[in-house]
Design a protein around this ligand. Structure first.
Ligand code: C2E
Ligand code: CA
Ligand code: CA
Length: 745
């Protein structure tokens, strides 16, 4: 009969109601497996009873039995995870017990397994040598197999078993961690690194390799940016590049969100979610399906892995970020300007004739407005792709927005060869998009020159080509460089002039053709340099436009002209309108309407007396956006005149739908209303068109009475030009208006 437990309190009994226990503890811990080896069934029974419902170090005990040494070896070979063998030393013969110890350790290689020898005779002990050699962990007399004794013995050997296992696992784990961080750190980039995490984790912990890694990405570390899946494997493969909120599986999504929020590892029932903190908020989350429960050692290992990987992450981030930022264009994923400059440097050291070509997509901003930004990006990508496909021996990079750089053998990248690439249209969202390019070329020859210098020169050539004709090309020359320097100086001086109020306005009257009655004035900007020289607006306005200065300058013009109008209204009885020139850059600026509104309300001028002059090219920008802006302007009562009409390429049917009020016949047509070969046809056509569309019309640049006669004949109602008045400063303008008043009274 088994003995009653001597000290019940030493023993931890499981709850009587096993079912209710299982119900409340979803994961019943794996039991410790103990193999009892004895040819005496009584011994097994006693052991069984002693261990029944006992818990050691928080886990129950499962007893396996063997009745002979042979059977014991078979069980040990077949069963996994046996922690302890309770071994009868004397079975078949005196040495059978010790023989199997030898075979357990040396043949089966079970070194973790703890061995407790049980002897039949009191006082019998195996030789010390055997104890040491075979790593025998305890020996007990069978009569000592009381409940408590067995429990204490088992507890102590199981504790050492689990420590050995933990040590072993940690050692292996740490080895793996070192190895895996080593592999990860060698990843070629962020993507490979991320994918590596899933792979390494599944190997390290024997977890599933169905997983996801997501991050805010190298390029967007702003708070609140969306997390994107950067690597995925197994059943999650299709989630790559999806944003977190696009993931279909709600449990995956919420687990990831929780981890992002709590910033630490989550060991859930169905998943392991790991948090890797990276610098500047660029953290990384790994999600793996849970295939088995991790034990404490593994959990600790996981923590070590995570902090280790976080260090790697920062390194990889830093390296790939540096590399990527420094040399790659993130939109098109091709080399950038810096990479280009480096490559040109390399070319210069080679003794072959090479050229640098800059390729500018013509009217890209207009195309972008028409097809939309994302299609525009796509188009740029398609251009880059085609160029690198066709000119595969040359190096291509994105220099800026819609400008690509090529460096390669001179004869491979001639203007003809480059332009030919664009003869076939691109397929953009099912639509054919034909584009043309303007080229700036520079032949590399001077070996002393840097890549940066070479790029600058090609750029000067490009600018020149763009100024002369779209779709053309230009080779760099010395003179161009000088001109560029002059322009640069001019811009510098213009800024200074603006800041020190050396810009001022003049106003040119506009009159009724019938009787010369003033109907309005046009505000024209003037610049007098410190030396007293007048710089014509045709020269500095384009400069202000290309440098962005026009935005501030234009606002100043607008307000100055409005203030002038108020003053004029107080001094004359004519109901005048004020014509204000607005350039394309101003009109396209998102704040344009706000700036306009603010000026009108600050100055409290009647918007019905304001007329904005825009050129045809402005009207031909993105049609939807333009017609929206124009009708917003019209709603305010402000009028719109189309300047230099006839020189652009307005489609008439389109013009009909725009809310404009006046056409200004360009001076070049008015010039033809003169002399023996006078040709009024174009002017007349414009007047008729205006009447058809119910628009008003004014002729500009009228210099002679003869022109006025023609204007009367073709029914053009208004005119502006030197014949009536030159652009005038305020005092002269007021005087001129006074004269007209006296004349017409
Ligand atoms: P625009 O808007 O076509 O202005 C008319 C130009 O023709 C003015 O030249 C004016 O002085 C000139 N003009 C007027 N009547 C005659 C004439 O009978 N004969 C001749 N030969 N010329 C005449 P300006 O002032 O040199 O302006 C040139 C261009 O500069 C303007 O052309 C306009 O496009 C631009 N501009 C001038 N002021 C501004 C401004 O404040 N803002 C913007 N965005 N552009 C401006
Ligand atoms: Ca004008
Ligand atoms: Ca004009």
């Amino acid at each position: 009969m088994p003995e009653r437990p001597e000290h019940d309190d030493v023993l931890t009994f499981l709850e009587e109601d096993v079912d209710s226990v299982t119900a409340s503890v979803p994961h019943k811990p794996d039991p410790w497996r103990v193999l009892s080896v004895d040819d005496d069934e009584d011994v097994h029974l006693t052991t069984q009873l002693a261990l029944d419902r006992v818990e050691i170090l928080g886990k129950p005990v499962e007893l396996l039995k063997a009745y002979s040494a042979k059977e014991a070896l078979e069980v040990l070979a077949a069963e996994k995870g046996i922690a302890v063998v309770l071994l009868d030393v004397v079975m078949e013969d005196d040495h059978a017990g010790l023989d199997i110890v030898d075979r357990i350790r040396n043949e089966l290689g079970l070194v973790d397994l703890r061995i407790v020898l049980r002897t039949g005779q009191p006082g019998y002990a195996p030789e010390l040598e055997a104890i040491r050699d075979y790593d025998i962990n305890d020996y007990r007399n069978k009569s000592e197999l009381t409940h408590t004794k067995l429990y204490t013995t088992l507890t102590s050997v199981i504790r050492s078993y689990s420590q050995i296992r933990a040590l072993e696992a940690s050692r292996k784990g740490l080895e793996l961690i070192t190895q895996s961080s080593g592999e990860l750190i060698n990843s070629k980039g962020f993507d490979e690194f991320s994918f590596g995490i899933i792979k390494q984790l599944s190997e390290l912990l024997g977890l599933s390799d169905d997983g996801i890694v997501c991050t805010r990405g190298v390029n967007e570390s702003e708070a609140g940016a969306y997390y994107t899946v950067v690597a995925a494997s197994g059943r999650y493969q299709l989630t790559v590049n999806k944003q977190l909120n696009e993931l279909e599986d709600p449990s995956v999504k919420s687990a990831l969100e929780q981890c992002i929020k709590e910033k630490h590892n989550l060991l859930l029932d169905n998943a392991t979610v790991l948090y890797f903190s990276g610098r500047s908020g660029c953290d990384l989350i790994a999600f793996l399906d849970q295939t088995r429960k991790l034990d404490d050692t593994e959990k600790r290992l996981l923590d070590v892995f995570c902090s280790n990987i976080s260090v790697c992450l920062n390194n990889v981030l830093m390296l790939s970020k540096l590399h990527h930022y420094a040399y790659f264009d993130s939109l098109l994923n091709i080399p950038n300007r810096l990479a280009f400059v480096n490559r040109v440097d390399e070319y210069k050291s080679k003794p072959k004739t090479a050229s640098v070509v800059l390729v500018d997509v013509d009217q890209f901003s207009v195309i972008n407005d028409t097809i939309g930004i994302s299609n525009g990006d796509f188009l740029l990508g398609a251009v880059a792709q085609r160029v690198s496909d066709v000119l595969s021996d040359s190096f291509i990079a994105r220099i800026s927005g819609d400008v690509f750089g090529l460096v390669g053998a001179r004869k491979a990248i001639t203007p003809e060869k480059v332009r030919e690439i664009f003869y076939t249209p691109f397929d953009i969202a099912g639509q054919e998009q034909l584009i043309s390019v303007t080229l700036g070329l520079y032949d590399l020859d001077d070996k002393e020159e840097s890549g940066q210098e070479a790029l600058k020169k090609a750029n000067i050539a490009l600018k020149k080509a763009k100024e002369s004709l779209r779709g053309s090309h230009c080779y760099f020359t010395r003179e161009m460089e000088q001109e560029t320097e002059t322009r640069f100086r001019l811009l510098h001086n213009l800024r200074k002039a603006f800041d020190s109020n050396r810009l001022f306005m003049m106003y040119q009257p506009q009159v009724s053709v019938a009787d010369g009655r003033p109907v309005g004035v046009e505000a024209l900007l003037r610049w007098r340099t410190e030396e007293g020289e007048m710089v014509p607006p045709d020269r500095f306005i384009p400069l202000a436009e290309s440098s962005g200065l026009i935005i501030h300058l234009g606002e100043w013009v607008m307000r100055t002209a409005m203030l002038q109008l108020k003053r004029l209204q107080a001094k004359t009885s004519f109901n005048l309108r004020m014509g204000i020139n607005v350039s394309m850059a101003q009109f396209r600026h998102p704040d344009f309407l706000d700036v306009l509104d603010k000026a009108i309300s600050d100055i409290s001028v009647d918007p019905r007396n304001i007329e904005l002059e825009v050129t045809e090219s402005v009207a031909m920008l993105d049609r939807i956006a333009v017609s929206k802006t124009l009708s917003s302007i019209a709603k305010r009562g402000i009028k719109i005149a189309i300047d230099d009409f006839g020189t652009g390429f307005s489609s008439l049917s389109y013009l009909e739908r725009l809310e404009v009020h006046r056409l200004k016949i360009d001076k070049s047509f008015v010039d033809k209303l003169q002399g023996e070969s006078a040709d009024p046809r174009l002017s007349e056509m414009i007047v008729n068109l205006a009447k058809d569309l119910d628009l008003e019309v004014i002729a500009e640049g009228v210099e002679t009475e003869e022109q006025v006669e023609w204007l009367k004949k073709i029914n053009c109602d208004e005119a502006q030009g030197y014949l009536y008045a030159r652009p005038l400063e305020e005092t002269w303008l007021i005087e001129w208006l006074g004269e007209q008043e006296r004349r017409l009274m």
